[in-house]
Design a protein around this ligand. Structure first.
Ligand code: ZN
Ligand code: ZN
Length: 402
């Protein structure tokens, strides 16, 4: 079991509070980047800025073994932090911006792990890449830019951890395979032909077409997806019309869909298109050419997050032997994370860490203006990262088995 001395634990707690006081929104993490660089300089760890406001660093061990990456996100949210009984000493100094998703804690944990690794580098069988990534919260996200900047060069595997305020303190949760979803926003624009309600034969009604689309799309998707595939599609906005007795020219339907498999996500897009093609034919009139027409915009988003099965199996065994509360069969969830982009390139594991503590009044879920974490979760997270890092560098084979 890896032990952390009190000096390191309080250093990490102070770092978390510094990051919490100076939160910066996605792609604007300039002071945060400066702070990370300052800390790495103090530790004597090689680093370079990357991906705009990110940082790539490496701790070189003595051995010539594998390289594992530890990733943290850096960005905060545009939320005004509430005053709570706990956060008086470290509430956000930046109006309207708040570390409400725990990324302050993630940075502090990776820097804590970095300090321990640097102090123990003589005994490391390989190397450790440290990835400080901007902009997890806003698609297209910062992971792509970090990968383009070479953060995975020479990397054999990757791990990441996310703190959740609604999970009990110190619980570690994950599952092999699909763990988080891909979420995509879609906008359907339907063009009809406007006209007075007294002459319906001369107009094409986009509202009726939108209504038919909303009514039939779920059935059409089910006809095309494997019945075991899990997905949700929801509507968030329907907009059309200005005048009670006039058929409008256009209707818009906006929504999101989430799935655990990229192929399912593509199937949903093709089902939406096929449905709309059918509606265009059904509502066409011989005397009105070129209408109705539609446009579908389905924005690319984060891919589904898939934990590598072999890596996760080995990690589960190792974590269970070192920690008392490990759930390696956690239910998949329909949240989305750009850590998924790294897992498309190298095997690895993304785990959740409980930071809630009802006894201390810490119960708010991430993205709440009252979100906080029990800082006792930080040493647990660091130990989990270090336990897996060490074991991977000493015994990479079971992690990388195909
Ligand atoms: Zn978040
Ligand atoms: Zn987050």
């Amino acid at each position: 079991m890896i032990e952390l001395d009190d000096g390191l634990v309080s250093w990490v707690g102070n770092l978390r509070r510094w990051f919490h006081r100076y939160p910066e929104p996605s792609f604007e993490e300039r002071k945060t980047q400066e702070k990370v660089i300052e800390v790495l300089n103090g530790l004597g760890i090689e680093h370079r800025p990357a991906g705009g406001t990110g940082v790539i660093a490496t701790v070189y061990g003595k051995g010539k073994g594998k390289t594992i990456a530890l990733r943290t996100d850096m960005d905060a949210l545009r939320i005004q932090e509430a005053e709570t009984a706990l956060n008086g000493g470290y509430r956000s100094n930046n109006a309207g911006v708040m570390h409400a998703c725990g990324h302050d804690g993630h940075m502090a944990m990776v820097l804590g792990a970095a300090r321990w690794l640097q102090e123990h580098r003589e005994s490391l069988a390989g190397h450790v890449r440290l990835i400080f990534q901007p902009a997890e919260e806003v698609p297209p996200g910062g992971a792509g830019g970090m990968i383009d900047a070479g953060c995975l060069e020479g990397v054999d595997a990757i791990i990441g951890v996310h703190i959740f305020g609604n999970m009990p303190l110190d619980r570690i949760g994950f599952r092999p395979g699909p763990f988080m979803a891909s979420s995509r926003t879609f906008t359907v624009t339907i063009n009809g032909k406007p006209g007075h309600h007294m002459c319906p034969q001369d107009s094409v009604d986009p509202i009726q077409i939108a209504a038919r689309f909303i009514d039939t799309i779920q059935t059409d998707i089910r006809q095309r997806l494997n019945p075991n595939a899990r997905y949700v599609l929801g509507f968030g906005e329907v907009r059309s019309g200005m005048q009670h007795n006039q058929t409008p020219a256009e209707a818009k339907v906006v929504g999101t869909f989430r799935a655990y498999d990229v192929r399912d996500s593509e199937t949903i897009v093709s089902a939406i298109m096929a449905n709309l093609e059918g509606l265009m034919r059904a509502f066409a009139k011989p005397d009105i050419s070129g209408l109705p027409a539609y446009r579908l915009d389905a924005e690319p988003a984060y891919p589904p997050l898939v934990n590598d099965p072999a890596f996760t199996r080995r990690a589960a065994g190792i974590l269970k032997s070192a920690f008392s509360d490990v759930d390696d069969e956690m239910d998949p969830n329909l949240g989305a994370e750009d850590f998924a982009c790294y897992l498309q390139k190298v095997p690895g594991l993304f785990m959740f860490l409980g930071g809630g503590n009802p006894g201390r009044g810490i119960t708010a879920m991430n993205h709440s203006d009252r979100f906080d974490m029990d800082e006792d979760a930080l040493p647990t997270g660091i130990k989990a990262l270090l336990t897996l890092t060490r074991d991977f560098l000493d015994n990479p084979e079971p992690y990388l088995r195909k």
